[in-house]
Design a protein around this ligand. Structure first.
Ligand code: GAL
Length: 716
């Protein structure tokens, strides 16, 4: 094989040097606090009140101008910065820093009218019209020209402005243009494939183009995975996966061009853009993106329900891994309800402050909301904000101000700059795996890699362990235990890494859907999971889909109260050295000829051990698998290193620690639905929210009763 991008993609990429926004006076101290500020939606008289209320609430930074292109450039090449300069001056006088947007997220109508060729196209050929946001194709040379001109003008305009401490390039790239099927995209995709594969024969092999007569003669024939009729799901999966990779790269390339233009003019201002990492979406390959920003920023919107805090921690854990142990910025979250779900739940009492502190515990040194003042018109009028429609005499503003005070106190205590202490269990995540399961042609199409990561994350918490979510391409060798949660794509290099890890004493969990295909979605032959077979010591011949009772199927019993779901791997061969920990049983196991066959096994390999799960599990069943079927010492090192949540391993409590030369900061959260009594905390108490002293008092060695949504923060 020639040396192409295909190989480069697997090599570790260099990171940009970490740079964090410094306060206008050059100090870098506290935790930034603020949100998106859209003063262009309000008459100028409101601005002075805004700034006064910001000061009262302890706001230290706002993001300006994200959607202001039409105000800044009212017609082609005509600029109006007067209003923005007045806002920046007001903020600057009040000591509030600005994270300035490149303002390129959404173009003005005049641009779309003059150049409809910048509009993206959907898979079925439908043109995406302007009217919401990001109605542009990242591969359009015309759009790039306009956007880079705006970046240049913005950069020149604010180069000497010390109130502007950072650049917010674009906004949530891929929100509305994650995929584009235009002619520009086609041309760019063909070029991307040429660089990746070098020769068309290499591409034919990688995509398996001998299937259904898809062999190509040259790169000009490379298609986009456009709408292919009602059988869309059967579009070549390898082509579709490469297209997703390309789309993420095309947006990243666009971001880098904007970043570089701004950086050239303002080399002293760090640059970032806001990712969208939460367990209900993985739009772009943020592992690759994380190498391109000066500091990582993320937007997180809560998932209502009993898993609210767990989901936040799981998502943030991946963000923290992307940030490589550096503090990161929570660029957006909500004070209460959003307005874009079907059911837009409000935050319950205590959740506003609890969520913000949970992000801080997970490594955020900036806490921002969307948005400062709730819009009075437009598509987001019913999205919560820091100053709601009711005004400052409201419960939400009071909580915002309360939070501002708490963050100030934490800043004064020296928390900023400390790092989240890692756990000893890594759950591996990979965007390619996530994408390969969308529109899947797998035995069961309901399976979702990111959901499986989350199921593991929550199950471990319920079992008393905290895990870290780590990118497959990241550094996971230092963990005692590594779990592959339906990491369906694994190529030989990655399998070799896992082999070295286990040989050296690592403990690995391989689940039912891991290691089935390589990174071109070619199935490994000779028994699943081919690439890991020597590790598991067990190979399977068929995947027997279980389905649900509504579908005429149903789960399978593994042990009393433990049910397998999704599919069962029917064993082909088992090495003598494999120890069976659980076998299938019950009527369903007879129905599918699996009675008595191994469901959970363990295998020694080198100095390490490999635990293999032959079927999927719900979160509840997985907790029982961990507690009752895993060997009791499987997580020993992990528990021994203080990962157990709280006192006596009460799984309702999450105990997170940030540390640095300044000290160790302990965060104790109640993740349950009942009050947790008698929680011993370490050190001097800094924050007590929805918690009361359990007994005694004093400043050290305190014990607390932590209420629902409650949190205690201490410093040791
Ligand atoms: C984000 C976006 C913000 C705002 C917010 C509402 O996706 O960046 O501009 O729309 O959602 O939740």
């Amino acid at each position: 094989m020639s040396k192409t991008d295909h190989h480069d993609r697997r090599q570790p990429q260099p990171y940009r040097p970490y740079r964090w926004p410094k306060e206008p006076d050059g100090h870098s101290g506290g935790i930034w606090f603020g949100g998106d500020y859209n003063p262009d939606q309000w008459p100028e008289q409101v601005w002075a009140e805004d700034v006064a209320l910001m000061k009262r609430a302890g706001v230290t930074m706002v993001t300006l101008g994200i959607f202001s292109w039409a105000r800044l450039e009212p017609s082609d090449g005509v600029w109006d910065f007067g209003w923005l300069d007045r806002v920046v001056a007001l903020l600057g006088e009040a000591g509030i820093a600005v994270d300035m947007a490149s303002a390129t997220a959404t173009a003005p109508y005049w641009l779309y009218q003059a150049h409809p060729e910048v509009l993206p196209v959907e898979a079925d050929g439908t043109l995406v019209h302007p009217g919401t946001r990001q109605s542009w194709r990242p591969t359009s040379p015309v759009f790039r020209r306009y956007a880079l001109r705006l970046c240049r003008v913005m950069g020149e305009h604010f180069s000497d402005n010390s109130t502007v401490v950072a650049w917010h390039v674009g906004n949530e790239y891929g929100w509305n243009n994650a995929t584009d099927y235009s002619q520009d995209a086609l041309k760019a995709f063909q070029g991307w494939c040429r660089r990746r594969y070098g020769s068309i024969e290499e591409l034919n092999q990688a995509w398996g183009n001998d299937f259904w007569s898809q062999r190509l003669q040259n790169f000009d024939q490379v298609p986009l995975p456009e709408h292919a009729g009602v059988r869309d799901a059967f579009i070549n999966p390898a082509l579709r996966l490469d297209f997703r990779r390309f789309c993420s790269d095309a947006l990243m390339d666009f971001f880098c061009a904007e970043r570089d233009q701004l950086q050239e003019l303002t080399p002293d201002k760090p640059l970032t853009t806001n990712f969208m990492v939460s367990t209900d979406q993985c739009v772009l390959d943020y592992e690759r993106w994380s190498h391109q920003v000066d500091f990582v920023a993320n937007d997180h919107y809560f998932a209502h329900g009993p898993g609210h805090l767990d989901e936040l921690l799981c998502s943030d854990s991946l963000v923290d891994a992307y940030a490589q142990g550096h503090p990161w910025c929570l660029m957006e979250h909500s004070t209460s309800a959003v307005n874009w779900r079907i059911f837009n739940a409000s935050k319950r009492q205590g959740e506003l402050i609890r969520d913000a502190l949970a992000h801080v515990a997970m490594g955020a040194d900036a806490v921002n909301f969307f948005q400062w003042r709730q819009s009075a018109f437009g598509a987001e009028a019913f999205h919560s904000a820091m100053v709601p429609h009711a005004g400052p005499n409201s419960a939400i503003y009071a909580q915002v101000a309360n939070l501002g005070g708490i963050l100030r106190r934490l800043s004064q205590s020296g928390l900023a700059g400390t790092q989240l202490e890692p756990s000893s269990i890594a759950l591996l995540f990979d965007a390619d795996c996530q994408w390969s399961m969308a529109d899947s042609t797998l035995p069961d199409c309901s399976i979702d890699h990111w959901q499986q990561v989350y199921i593991w994350y929550q199950a471990l918490l319920d079992a008393g362990y905290r895990a870290d979510v780590v990118p497959l391409k990241g550094q996971w060798e230092r963990y005692d235990v590594v779990v592959l949660p339906s990491l369906i794509l694994l190529d030989q290099d990655q399998a070799d890494r896992l082999r070295d890890y286990v040989s050296g004493g690592g403990r690995l969990v391989v689940d039912f859907a891991s290691g089935i295909m390589d990174d071109h979605m070619h199935v490994g032959l000779g028994g699943y999971p081919a690439v890991l077979r020597d590790l598991t010591g067990i190979a399977s011949q068929e995947m027997i889909a279980l389905g649900t009772s509504d579908q005429g199927g149903g789960s399978i019993l593994v042990s009393e109260g433990i049910e397998g779901n999704i599919w069962v791997n029917e064993p082909l061969s088992i090495e003598d050295s494999v120890r069976v920990l659980a076998r299938y049983q019950g009527s369903r196991s007879y129905d599918i000829d699996m009675a008595g066959k191994p469901a959970v096994t363990i295998h020694g390999y080198g100095q390490g051990r490999v635990l293999y799960l032959g079927t999927g599990f719900t979160k509840e069943s997985l907790v029982s698998v961990i507690n009752r079927i895993f060997p009791p010492d499987f997580f020993t090192g992990a528990a021994g290193r203080g990962l157990h949540n709280g006192r006596d391993g009460d799984p309702r409590l999450v105990h997170l620690i940030r540390s640095g030369p300044q000290g160790r900061y302990h965060f104790y959260f109640n993740r349950g639905s009942t009050v947790v009594r008698d929680v011993s905390t370490m050190g001097e108490t800094l924050v007590v929210q929805r918690a009361t002293p359990y007994s005694g008092g004093g400043l050290s060695g305190n014990r607390y009763t932590i209420g629902v949504h409650g949190v205690v923060v201490t410093r040791q």
